[in-house]
Design a protein around this ligand. Structure first.
Ligand SMILES: C[S@@+](CC[C@H](N)C(=O)[O-])C[C@H]1O[C@@H](n2cnc3c(N)ncnc32)[C@H](O)[C@@H]1O
Length: 254
Protein backbone atom coordinates (compact mmCIF):
# COMPACT_ATOMS: atom_id res chain seq x y z
CA UNK A 1 0.00 0.00 0.00
CA UNK A 2 1.47 3.44 -0.88
CA UNK A 3 2.29 5.56 2.17
CA UNK A 4 -0.21 8.12 3.40
CA UNK A 5 0.63 11.68 2.21
CA UNK A 6 0.82 12.94 5.79
CA UNK A 7 3.37 10.22 6.59
CA UNK A 8 5.44 11.22 3.56
CA UNK A 9 5.51 14.80 4.88
CA UNK A 10 6.39 13.60 8.39
CA UNK A 11 8.94 10.90 7.58
CA UNK A 12 10.32 11.73 4.12
CA UNK A 13 10.18 15.48 3.49
CA UNK A 14 10.93 16.41 7.12
CA UNK A 15 13.88 13.97 7.12
CA UNK A 16 15.43 15.78 4.14
CA UNK A 17 14.96 19.14 5.85
CA UNK A 18 16.55 17.70 9.00
CA UNK A 19 19.73 16.76 7.13
CA UNK A 20 19.85 20.26 5.57
CA UNK A 21 19.47 21.90 8.99
CA UNK A 22 22.23 19.74 10.49
CA UNK A 23 24.52 20.71 7.60
CA UNK A 24 24.01 24.34 8.66
CA UNK A 25 24.19 23.87 12.44
CA UNK A 26 27.00 21.31 12.66
CA UNK A 27 27.59 17.60 13.21
CA UNK A 28 26.96 17.83 16.96
CA UNK A 29 23.27 18.28 16.06
CA UNK A 30 23.09 15.12 13.93
CA UNK A 31 22.52 12.45 16.58
CA UNK A 32 19.79 14.21 18.61
CA UNK A 33 18.00 15.41 15.47
CA UNK A 34 18.14 11.94 13.94
CA UNK A 35 16.69 10.33 17.09
CA UNK A 36 13.64 12.61 17.01
CA UNK A 37 11.25 9.67 16.52
CA UNK A 38 12.52 7.47 19.29
CA UNK A 39 13.20 9.78 22.16
CA UNK A 40 15.78 9.42 24.84
CA UNK A 41 19.29 8.01 24.85
CA UNK A 42 18.24 6.27 28.10
CA UNK A 43 15.64 4.29 26.17
CA UNK A 44 18.20 3.26 23.55
CA UNK A 45 20.73 2.34 26.25
CA UNK A 46 18.12 0.27 28.12
CA UNK A 47 17.31 -1.66 24.94
CA UNK A 48 20.96 -2.07 23.98
CA UNK A 49 21.80 -3.44 27.43
CA UNK A 50 18.84 -5.83 27.62
CA UNK A 51 19.45 -7.02 24.05
CA UNK A 52 23.12 -7.68 24.84
CA UNK A 53 24.40 -5.46 22.01
CA UNK A 54 28.17 -5.24 21.98
CA UNK A 55 31.15 -4.54 19.72
CA UNK A 56 30.64 -6.34 16.41
CA UNK A 57 26.94 -7.18 16.91
CA UNK A 58 25.26 -7.11 13.46
CA UNK A 59 22.11 -5.06 14.12
CA UNK A 60 19.28 -4.41 11.68
CA UNK A 61 17.27 -1.23 12.38
CA UNK A 62 13.92 -1.70 10.58
CA UNK A 63 12.09 1.60 9.99
CA UNK A 64 15.32 3.38 10.88
CA UNK A 65 14.14 6.88 10.01
CA UNK A 66 17.10 9.27 9.85
CA UNK A 67 19.36 6.69 11.53
CA UNK A 68 20.10 8.27 14.91
CA UNK A 69 19.33 5.24 17.11
CA UNK A 70 21.61 2.95 15.09
CA UNK A 71 24.39 5.55 15.11
CA UNK A 72 24.01 5.94 18.89
CA UNK A 73 24.89 2.27 19.48
CA UNK A 74 27.50 2.22 16.69
CA UNK A 75 29.37 5.08 18.39
CA UNK A 76 28.77 3.99 21.97
CA UNK A 77 29.19 0.23 21.72
CA UNK A 78 30.84 -0.58 18.39
CA UNK A 79 27.66 -2.24 17.07
CA UNK A 80 27.62 -2.76 13.30
CA UNK A 81 24.22 -1.53 12.06
CA UNK A 82 22.34 -1.84 8.78
CA UNK A 83 19.36 0.46 8.24
CA UNK A 84 16.16 -0.40 6.37
CA UNK A 85 13.56 2.30 5.81
CA UNK A 86 10.80 2.70 3.21
CA UNK A 87 11.02 6.50 2.83
CA UNK A 88 13.72 7.39 0.34
CA UNK A 89 14.13 10.90 1.76
CA UNK A 90 14.86 9.45 5.21
CA UNK A 91 17.38 6.99 3.71
CA UNK A 92 19.18 9.79 1.90
CA UNK A 93 19.20 11.89 5.08
CA UNK A 94 20.64 8.98 7.10
CA UNK A 95 23.33 8.44 4.46
CA UNK A 96 24.22 12.14 4.52
CA UNK A 97 24.49 12.27 8.32
CA UNK A 98 26.17 8.94 9.13
CA UNK A 99 28.31 6.21 7.54
CA UNK A 100 26.05 3.20 8.18
CA UNK A 101 24.68 1.20 5.21
CA UNK A 102 21.06 2.02 4.35
CA UNK A 103 18.57 0.20 2.13
CA UNK A 104 15.16 1.42 1.01
CA UNK A 105 12.85 -1.34 2.20
CA UNK A 106 9.46 -2.15 3.64
CA UNK A 107 9.62 -3.73 7.09
CA UNK A 108 7.03 -6.28 5.96
CA UNK A 109 9.26 -7.55 3.12
CA UNK A 110 12.87 -7.08 4.19
CA UNK A 111 15.51 -7.69 1.49
CA UNK A 112 17.61 -10.00 3.67
CA UNK A 113 17.92 -13.79 4.06
CA UNK A 114 16.71 -15.65 7.13
CA UNK A 115 18.91 -15.22 10.21
CA UNK A 116 21.06 -12.50 8.60
CA UNK A 117 21.45 -10.44 11.81
CA UNK A 118 22.58 -11.11 15.40
CA UNK A 119 19.95 -8.65 16.65
CA UNK A 120 17.22 -6.46 15.17
CA UNK A 121 15.20 -3.54 16.44
CA UNK A 122 12.32 -1.44 15.24
CA UNK A 123 11.58 1.75 17.14
CA UNK A 124 8.34 3.68 16.93
CA UNK A 125 7.43 1.88 13.71
CA UNK A 126 4.67 -0.56 14.67
CA UNK A 127 2.06 2.18 15.16
CA UNK A 128 2.71 3.46 11.61
CA UNK A 129 1.81 0.16 9.88
CA UNK A 130 -1.54 -1.56 9.46
CA UNK A 131 -0.25 -5.12 9.28
CA UNK A 132 1.71 -5.26 12.53
CA UNK A 133 2.05 -9.05 12.48
CA UNK A 134 3.74 -8.94 9.05
CA UNK A 135 6.32 -6.44 10.31
CA UNK A 136 6.97 -8.45 13.50
CA UNK A 137 7.22 -11.72 11.58
CA UNK A 138 9.89 -10.21 9.31
CA UNK A 139 11.93 -9.12 12.33
CA UNK A 140 11.66 -12.70 13.66
CA UNK A 141 12.72 -14.12 10.29
CA UNK A 142 15.87 -12.04 9.75
CA UNK A 143 17.33 -12.40 13.25
CA UNK A 144 19.33 -15.53 14.18
CA UNK A 145 17.11 -18.09 15.94
CA UNK A 146 16.59 -16.93 19.53
CA UNK A 147 18.31 -13.58 18.83
CA UNK A 148 17.00 -10.39 20.48
CA UNK A 149 14.35 -8.23 18.82
CA UNK A 150 14.02 -4.78 20.39
CA UNK A 151 10.82 -2.77 20.07
CA UNK A 152 9.67 0.70 21.01
CA UNK A 153 5.89 0.60 20.77
CA UNK A 154 3.57 3.54 21.34
CA UNK A 155 0.64 1.88 23.08
CA UNK A 156 -2.91 3.13 23.43
CA UNK A 157 -4.08 3.18 27.05
CA UNK A 158 -7.74 3.88 26.28
CA UNK A 159 -10.35 2.09 24.17
CA UNK A 160 -10.76 4.92 21.59
CA UNK A 161 -8.73 7.97 20.62
CA UNK A 162 -10.82 10.91 19.42
CA UNK A 163 -7.94 12.38 17.47
CA UNK A 164 -4.87 10.60 16.14
CA UNK A 165 -2.25 11.33 13.49
CA UNK A 166 -3.10 10.16 9.97
CA UNK A 167 -1.70 6.73 9.14
CA UNK A 168 -1.12 5.82 12.79
CA UNK A 169 -2.86 3.09 14.78
CA UNK A 170 -1.68 2.58 18.33
CA UNK A 171 -2.22 -0.94 19.71
CA UNK A 172 -3.35 -1.59 23.27
CA UNK A 173 -1.18 -3.88 25.45
CA UNK A 174 -3.62 -6.72 24.81
CA UNK A 175 -3.56 -6.15 21.04
CA UNK A 176 0.24 -6.04 21.04
CA UNK A 177 0.39 -9.29 23.00
CA UNK A 178 -1.86 -10.93 20.39
CA UNK A 179 0.26 -9.58 17.50
CA UNK A 180 3.46 -10.87 19.12
CA UNK A 181 1.95 -14.29 19.67
CA UNK A 182 0.82 -14.50 16.03
CA UNK A 183 4.34 -13.53 14.91
CA UNK A 184 5.80 -16.27 17.12
CA UNK A 185 7.58 -13.88 19.49
CA UNK A 186 7.86 -14.14 23.28
CA UNK A 187 8.45 -11.18 25.63
CA UNK A 188 11.73 -11.46 27.58
CA UNK A 189 11.96 -7.98 29.08
CA UNK A 190 9.98 -4.75 29.09
CA UNK A 191 9.73 -1.31 30.63
CA UNK A 192 7.95 2.00 30.08
CA UNK A 193 9.98 4.87 28.61
CA UNK A 194 8.48 7.19 31.26
CA UNK A 195 10.22 5.10 33.96
CA UNK A 196 13.67 5.86 32.49
CA UNK A 197 15.72 9.07 32.82
CA UNK A 198 14.49 11.96 30.68
CA UNK A 199 16.26 13.15 27.56
CA UNK A 200 19.26 15.33 28.51
CA UNK A 201 18.81 19.08 28.09
CA UNK A 202 21.62 19.39 25.50
CA UNK A 203 19.80 16.85 23.28
CA UNK A 204 16.46 18.65 23.46
CA UNK A 205 18.22 21.98 22.86
CA UNK A 206 19.91 20.59 19.71
CA UNK A 207 16.57 19.24 18.45
CA UNK A 208 14.88 22.60 19.10
CA UNK A 209 17.63 24.40 17.14
CA UNK A 210 17.17 22.05 14.20
CA UNK A 211 13.39 22.57 14.36
CA UNK A 212 13.86 26.35 14.36
CA UNK A 213 15.99 26.22 11.20
CA UNK A 214 13.42 23.98 9.48
CA UNK A 215 10.57 26.31 10.51
CA UNK A 216 12.55 29.32 9.25
CA UNK A 217 13.16 27.71 5.84
CA UNK A 218 9.91 25.77 5.33
CA UNK A 219 7.37 27.24 7.75
CA UNK A 220 5.11 28.36 4.87
CA UNK A 221 5.18 24.95 3.20
CA UNK A 222 2.01 22.85 3.49
CA UNK A 223 4.22 19.78 4.11
CA UNK A 224 5.74 21.52 7.13
CA UNK A 225 2.31 22.23 8.61
CA UNK A 226 1.23 18.62 8.10
CA UNK A 227 4.42 17.19 9.63
CA UNK A 228 4.08 19.59 12.56
CA UNK A 229 0.43 18.64 13.11
CA UNK A 230 1.29 14.92 13.04
CA UNK A 231 4.07 15.33 15.57
CA UNK A 232 2.02 17.68 17.80
CA UNK A 233 -0.83 15.18 17.89
CA UNK A 234 1.48 12.42 19.12
CA UNK A 235 2.91 14.85 21.68
CA UNK A 236 -0.56 15.68 23.01
CA UNK A 237 -1.62 12.04 23.19
CA UNK A 238 1.49 11.25 25.21
CA UNK A 239 1.22 14.36 27.35
CA UNK A 240 -2.37 13.42 28.22
CA UNK A 241 -1.31 9.87 29.09
CA UNK A 242 -3.53 8.36 26.35
CA UNK A 243 -0.54 6.85 24.55
CA UNK A 244 2.74 5.77 26.14
CA UNK A 245 6.05 4.38 24.91
CA UNK A 246 6.88 0.82 25.93
CA UNK A 247 10.22 -0.88 25.32
CA UNK A 248 10.31 -4.62 24.83
CA UNK A 249 12.87 -7.27 24.10
CA UNK A 250 11.25 -10.24 22.42
CA UNK A 251 12.65 -13.42 20.87
CA UNK A 252 11.57 -16.47 18.99
CA UNK A 253 11.22 -19.37 21.46
CA UNK A 254 14.41 -21.48 21.74
C1 LIG B 1 8.36 7.51 14.40
S1 LIG B 1 9.44 7.17 13.06
C2 LIG B 1 10.76 6.36 13.92
C3 LIG B 1 12.05 6.39 13.15
C4 LIG B 1 13.22 5.72 13.86
N1 LIG B 1 12.95 4.32 14.10
C5 LIG B 1 13.56 6.41 15.15
O1 LIG B 1 13.29 5.84 16.21
O2 LIG B 1 14.10 7.53 15.12
C6 LIG B 1 8.61 5.81 12.25
C7 LIG B 1 9.36 5.27 11.04
O3 LIG B 1 8.69 4.11 10.54
C8 LIG B 1 8.84 4.11 9.15
N2 LIG B 1 7.88 3.21 8.51
C9 LIG B 1 6.62 3.48 8.08
N3 LIG B 1 6.09 2.40 7.47
C10 LIG B 1 7.02 1.42 7.52
C11 LIG B 1 7.10 0.09 7.03
N4 LIG B 1 6.08 -0.47 6.36
N5 LIG B 1 8.23 -0.60 7.24
C12 LIG B 1 9.28 -0.05 7.91
N6 LIG B 1 9.26 1.21 8.39
C13 LIG B 1 8.16 1.94 8.19
C14 LIG B 1 8.63 5.57 8.79
O4 LIG B 1 9.05 5.88 7.48
C15 LIG B 1 9.43 6.25 9.87
O5 LIG B 1 10.77 6.44 9.48
Amino acid sequence: MPPDDAMVDEFDTYARWTADAVAELGDDHALPAACRGSGSPAALDWLAGRMGLRRGTRLLDSGAGVGGPAEHVARGLGVVPVLAEPMEGACRAAARLFDNPVVVGDGAALPFPDGAFDAVWSLGVLCTVDDKVALLAELARVVVPGGPVGLLVFERRVEHLADQPEGNSFPTSAELAAHLERAGLVVRDETWVEDLPATPRDWTRAVEEVERVIARDHGDDEGFRVAQRQSDQVGHLMGDGLVAGRLLVVTTPV
